[in-house]
Ligand binder design. Structure first.
Ligand SMILES: Cc1cc2nc3c(=O)[nH]c(=O)nc-3n(C[C@H](O)[C@H](O)[C@H](O)COP(=O)(O)OP(=O)(O)OC[C@H]3O[C@@H](n4cnc5c(N)ncnc54)[C@H](O)[C@@H]3O)c2cc1C
Length: 494
């Protein structure tokens, strides 16, 4: 089928935006508000991609923070972020992100996005997490409405498949597939915001060494094949941050269990964790920090570790509550009142991901680990609990609770990830650049398609909510700069 020719008046824009997540929607609005004619193309039938799942957005020095005397400055956030990443990131890009974070919260509010509170979602973290009312879905709805009201042309089931170049080699448009039909659309600038490559088996294997769906599981991502990254590389952009993942450790995760149930909440607590051989492998106190738990799990190429608890620990969760929260609906201290009932229901499914036994030896058999190894692990751990001191991993004594039975439980905790965090090299102005930082004219990129922010890990500890803030802020920057570029090019063309 031949493509609709360039020149069709419906098929022209100053700026085309590829992808309708937080990055793409922010870019489209920003470009439109800067005076550009904007077309946004979204591959899927519905808008928002992974951004539909966002709960909290990072900012420092926001109005909401000031109203609550939360003193966490942009300078502190910048320093902490760069130190966490060993200064491997693009410092000017990080600075731009942090400096525009507060203003972006106000920008969102002015466009109908509501926040309920500003809080933290892990111990000892600065209060940077601006909690969305109605989670990401509401943010996507509000931004899509604002974009349409401003006159952004939004098309769904519209995948960008390639870039078109003029005789001078410069970008002159994109080839898209709209409702299955190839269409060429002319533009002066393109913002790539297609959300990474979380569902691309080949690339995950090549860049991370894990096998998708076997020992690494994507959560909240669909159809992310790296389309934007491939396009940008094809136009001469450099690569940055490939292989960096937004890792987490979740349990039990299988098709048979719904996510976010009380059993999962019990299994992410800092009880006793063992590796696939039955040995302890970390201070379980890292349970509060998703990046640390995900990273610790990646040592095991089978893609899982185990979480063990017993009746006494279970009773603790039911009567006194959990140590670690899970989303804003299940905060620390929340009592898992229906844990017994849900646990028995899930155990009845006889899944290898969740097992129970009347002795440690029997539990080991069900976990398919050596009974002597697991028994030694439990004995050593119980001794540490009795002494109130963990000589191996220095776990907080308050979290040392022995496993005494009479019933023991084990849940497989998978290595999972919420997205990929690298791909296109960009400047602090979000221009796609080659490896020597020379801009690819007319090409901008934002959100999860971009590298240069995180080193080897997602940086959440001092900047909670930074992924969504980056998507929104890099999107805004890309939209503004793409609009300015398009206007200048139009001027140049006379
Ligand atoms: C369960 C979960 C919870 C999370 N919670 C938080 C949180 O609380 N705070 C936080 O900061 N971060 C959170 N994150 C991370 C955050 O959601 C992402 O970092 C952010 O949404 C990325 O935005 P994006 O715009 O880059 O990508 P996306 O939102 O994924 O948007 C990319 C879009 O591009 C589209 N696309 C792909 N290919 C093409 C193509 N060829 N043509 C056109 N369109 C295309 C996709 O379909 C998609 O709609 C969470 C992630 C998950 C999975």
């Amino acid at each position: 089928m031949s493509a609709t020719p360039v020149g069709d008046s419906d098929m022209q824009a100053d700026v085309i935006v590829m992808g309708s997540g937080a990055a793409g929607l922010a870019a489209a609005i920003a470009a439109r508000e800067a005076g550009a004619r904007v077309t946004l193309l979204e591959k899927r039938r519905s808008l928002g991609g992974t951004s539909n799942f966002i709960r909290g957005v990072f900012a420092a020095e926001s109005e909401m923070q000031k109203q609550q005397y939360i003193a966490y400055s942009c300078d502190e956030a910048f320093r902490n972020f760069m130190e966490y990443n060993h200064w491997l990131g693009n410092a000017r890009l990080v600075r731009a992100l942090i400096d525009r974070s507060a203003e972006t919260i106000s920008w969102l509010q002015a466009r109908g996005v509501e926040f309920t509170e500003v809080t933290i979602n892990m111990p000892d973290a600065p209060r940077t997490y601006h909690v969305l009312k109605g989670i990401g879905r509401a943010l996507v709805r509000a931004l899509a409405r604002a974009a349409r009201e401003q006159g952004v042309d939004i098309k769904t089931s519209a995948a960008v498949v390639d870039a078109l170049r003029g005789a001078d080699g410069r970008l002159r448009g994109v080839r898209a597939k709209i409702a299955g039909r190839p269409v060429d659309i002319e533009c002066r600038a393109l913002v790539i915001a297609a959300g990474g490559y979380a569902n691309n088996r080949e690339w995950i294997s090549k860049y991370t060494g894990f096998e998708l769906g076997e020992n690494l599981f994507p959560v909240g991502n669909a159809g992310k094949m790296g389309d934007g990254i491939r396009l940008a590389w094809g136009m001469g952009a450099g690569a940055e941050g490939m292989g960096v993942l937004h890792l987490i450790r979740i349990a039990p995760y299988g098709r048979e269990f719904p996510l976010m149930n009380v059993v999962e909440a019990a299994c992410i607590q800092p009880a006793l964790w063992v590796d696939p051989e039955g040995r302890r492998f970390c201070d379980e106190g890292i349970a509060f920090y998703d990046t640390s738990t995900g990273n610790a799990n990646t040592r095991f190429k089978r893609g899982y570790t185990w979480c063990l608890f017993d009746d006494s620990i279970k009773r603790h969760y039911i009567q006194k509550g959990v140590d670690r929260g899970m989303t804003q609906r299940l905060l620390p201290g929340h009592r898992l009142r229906d844990l017994d009932e849900v646990l028995e229901r899930l155990l009845a499914l006889q899944s290898p991901n969740l097992v129970a036994a009347d002795s440690v030896e029997e539990l080991a058999a069900k976990m398919q680990v050596e009974a002597t190894v697991l028994s030694a692990t439990v004995a050593e751990y119980n001794e540490a609990c009795a002494k109130g001191r963990d000589p191996v991993f220095a776990k907080d004594p308050l979290l040392l609770r022995p496993l005494l039975g009479p019933r023991y439980y084990a849940a497989r905790a998978r290595t999972a990830f919420l997205g990929t965090l690298g791909g296109i090299r960009i400047s602090a102005k979000t221009e796609a650049v080659d490896e020597f930082d020379r801009p690819v004219p007319g090409l901008y990129a934002a959100g999860n398609d971009v590298g240069g922010l995180h080193a080897e890990s997602y940086s959440m500890r001092d900047t909670s909510g930074i992924a969504s803030a980056f998507a929104l802020i890099s999107g805004r920057l890309a939209g503004e700069n793409a609009a300015a570029y398009a206007a200048a090019r139009q001027g140049g063309e006379g």
